[in-house]
Design a protein around this ligand. Structure first.
Ligand code: ADP
Ligand code: MG
Length: 166
């Protein structure tokens, strides 16, 4: 893992060489997560979004194993705080309104795969992580913050990635 020099201001870039390394990033991020936080994960199938969530769950001390939801949009895991794991792959545009996410946010932290489908108000205070598939097991991650909550999480992510939140 390394943070590429020259990342534009406000973006933390790193790369991982294994699923375990991606999970370790999630685990480190979990230490900074608080109730009401939102993490938006984007990237194609197989990019490692679910592995990252599994690391977050481990970092929060959640006992249950994180799985890729096939038909459910929401999985919840209990740890230091409640982890609300969304996978919005199958979500039709604007259907997020029916998920009761305002209440979920009062009860835990939301980590959303295909999180770019979340309504704008949920992405306004969030850490957004884009995952790209590189050669073999390489994954490139770039993280950006929106709002104060996002900035706090970006700093934690940057520290976990061994770089700085420029
Ligand atoms: N660096 C890496 N980070 C994350 N996953 C990786 C990495 N290298 C290989 N993999 C593999 O890629 C797959 C990622 O799957 P998953 O996390 O379910 O992706 P997504 O949720 O983005 O569709 C897993 O089979 C995992 O073992
Ligand atoms: Mg997934």
């Amino acid at each position: 893992m390394s943070a590429a020099p020259g990342a534009e201001a406000g973006t933390v870039r790193t790369r991982t060489g294994s699923a375990a390394a991606t999970e370790a990033l999630g685990e480190a991020l979990a230490a900074a997560l608080e109730v009401g936080d939102v993490v938006v994960l984007s990237g194609p199938l197989g990019a490692g979004k679910t592995r990252l969530v599994a690391g977050v769950a481990r970092g929060l001390g959640c006992a249950a194993r994180v799985r890729s939801p096939s038909f459910t949009l929401i999985n919840e895991y209990r740890g230091r705080i409640r982890l609300v794991h969304l996978d919005l792959y199958r979500l039709e545009t604007d259907d997020a309104d029916g998920l009761g996410l305002d209440e979920q946010l009062e009860r835990g932290a939301i980590v959303a795969e295909w999180g770019e489908k979340l309504p704008a108000w949920l992405r306004a205070e969030a850490l957004a992580i884009e995952l790209e598939v590189g050669a073999g097991d390489e994954r490139r991650l770039s993280a950006r913050a929106a709002g104060g909550r996002g900035a706090r999480l970006l700093a934690a992510f940057g520290a976990a990635a061994g770089g700085e939140a420029a």
